[in-house]
Unconditional design. Structure first.
Length: 149
């Protein structure tokens, strides 16, 4: 709810000032946690694209940090003395389901250091013919092969 309200405010403000783009600060870990939330709880293979048009098709949303790990952004913030804002500023606290996905990714970083990056790479290397979505791949066009006499 909080993220939707924030985004609604950002979109309204962008329109008010005549902007046509909104930059969001989502990073690679956000993208991965969203992917796993969708996978585990919605049965969808869906993540966060680096660029998209909003539902009203009047704004372009960009995520310039989508290829950066959160830990690298935190390290840079410390070097540059940028303030770090805590999660859950809306008063409702951090979404516990999302927090669970974040803990899973951090645990992987300890046990299997490359796993999160490999999963992220898979989001860029999709083979629609090897999934089950008939909207992505028309399986009816596959022939039965040559007829043997």
């Amino acid at each position: 709810l909080c993220s939707r309200l924030r985004r609604g405010f950002l979109y309204s403000f962008a329109r008010e000032i005549g902007a046509n783009k909104v930059a969001l600060g989502h990073h690679k870990d956000d993208c991965l946690s969203t992917f796993f939330l969708n996978l585990f709880y919605s049965g969808m293979m869906k993540a966060m694209p680096p660029i998209l048009r909003n539902d009203k098709d009047d704004l372009t949303v960009i995520r310039p940090l989508i290829y950066c790990r959160e830990r690298d952004l935190i390290a840079l913030s410390k070097v540059k003395n940028y303030p770090l804002l805590p999660k859950g500023l809306c008063g409702w606290g951090e979404d516990q389901t999302r927090a669970s996905m974040n803990r899973m990714i951090k645990q992987w970083d300890k046990e299997y250091p490359k796993r999160a990056d490999i999963v992220f790479k898979s989001l860029k290397n999709v083979a629609p013919s090897h999934l089950l979505d008939r909207e992505l791949f028309d399986f009816t066009k596959i022939s039965n092969g040559p007829k043997v006499k």
